[in-house]
Design a protein around this ligand. Structure first.
Ligand SMILES: Nc1ncnc2c1ncn2[C@@H]1O[C@H](COP(=O)(O)OP(=O)(O)OP(=O)(O)O)[C@@H](O)[C@H]1O
Length: 292
């Protein structure tokens, strides 16, 4: 399978934060969701991917190419979907298109107007009057009209109402149907990922916790509930973090089979959601294995 994005041992340090040894690969034709708590480095990683920031060490390749030698070619083939700061707000969408069109060798005017109609975007209204949803659609229409093969989005659905969000996600789903386009986006709205993500990358404190096919997460992770008598020094090691109350414990494990064998029918097992995984990983990282 062709690799569209490759991060290899990427490091980037700020004063009090660092992306550490980030290595992952994104395959062509899939939707990958990028998740992690606030401030874990998702936007920083996206900026590294877009060459808006450069790594201190390690390598970022897009379409197998390096920005140092192929920046122009890479940029032609990526659509970066933003809601802010991209458009000149005093222009109309038509004027904006006229400005952008010459930049892209593969610009397709017919396609642009098709999307403008499909997304019900006004061509003659100033962009500063656009709602957040309209901005997202305008940005996506532009990305699609230059035949971007990779669409990168930083929290595209934040601030969109549920109806609009679903419409937007359906659209993304349609876009990848031909197997030629790849979508990579960060989000805090994990239900978005249920709808369209094939892969999930989970970042915590600047480090990769996992990259999994979405459907395998439920096979690996499990939420376990049971009496405190089941916990001792050894059994607690099976958990990423455990929450204890007087009534019992609840813990997250990434060794589903092993834990189920260990506790048998003495415990209750529930499917771990991405939110459970994010919550327990954060807690586990803060306080060691056990949390209260
Ligand atoms: N240019 C910069 N200089 C110094 N620190 C920075 C810079 N950019 C980001 N940071 C810091 O890096 C950390 C990660 O920020 P980043 O925006 O990448 O996280 P995020 O996962 O996208 O967060 P959120 O989900 O809240 O958007 C934060 O502590 C932030 O303050």
């Amino acid at each position: 399978m062709e690799s569209v994005i490759q991060f290899t041992n990427v490091n980037k340090a700020f004063n009090d934060f660092a992306i550490k040894n980030l290595t992952f690969e994104i395959k062509k034709g899939f939707v990958t969701g990028f998740v992690g708590a606030n401030g874990t480095g998702k936007s920083t990683a996206i900026k590294l991917l877009m060459n808006l920031l450069q790594p201190d060490s390690g390598e970022v390749k897009v379409f197998g190419l390096n920005y140092k030698t192929h920046e122009k070619e890479i940029k032609q083939r990526i659509g970066f979907v933003y809601d802010e700061h991209v458009f000149y707000e005093h222009l109309t969408l038509q004027e904006m298109k006229n400005l952008i069109q010459p930049v892209y060798t593969q610009w397709d005017d017919e396609l642009f107007y098709k999307y403008v109609e499909q997304f019900q975007l006004p061509l003659k209204k100033k962009i500063k009057t656009f709602s957040k949803g309209m901005m997202m659609k305008a940005s996506l229409a532009i990305a699609l009209s230059h035949h971007a093969e990779l669409i990168v989005m930083d929290e595209p659905t934040a601030g969109l109402d549920p109806v609009f969000r679903r419409e937007f996600l359906n659209l993304l789903h349609e876009i990848v149907q031909d197997g030629e386009k790849t979508i990579f986006f960060s989000t805090h709205i994990t239900s978005d990922l249920d709808r369209i993500a094939d892969y999930i990358i989970f970042l915590h404190n600047g480090e990769l916790i996992f990259m999994h096919e979405f459907y395998t997460i439920a096979e690996k992770y499990v939420l376990v509930k049971g009496g405190l008598n089941l916990l001792d020094q050894d059994t607690e090691k099976e958990f990423i973090a455990v929450r204890k109350t007087e009534l019992g414990f609840e813990g997250l494990s990434c060794n589903k089979e092993q834990v189920m064998q260990l506790f048998g029918d003495l415990a209750i097992y529930e499917t771990a959601t991405l939110e459970d995984i994010m919550f327990y990983t954060k807690k586990g990282g803060e306080k060691g294995v056990s949390i209260s």
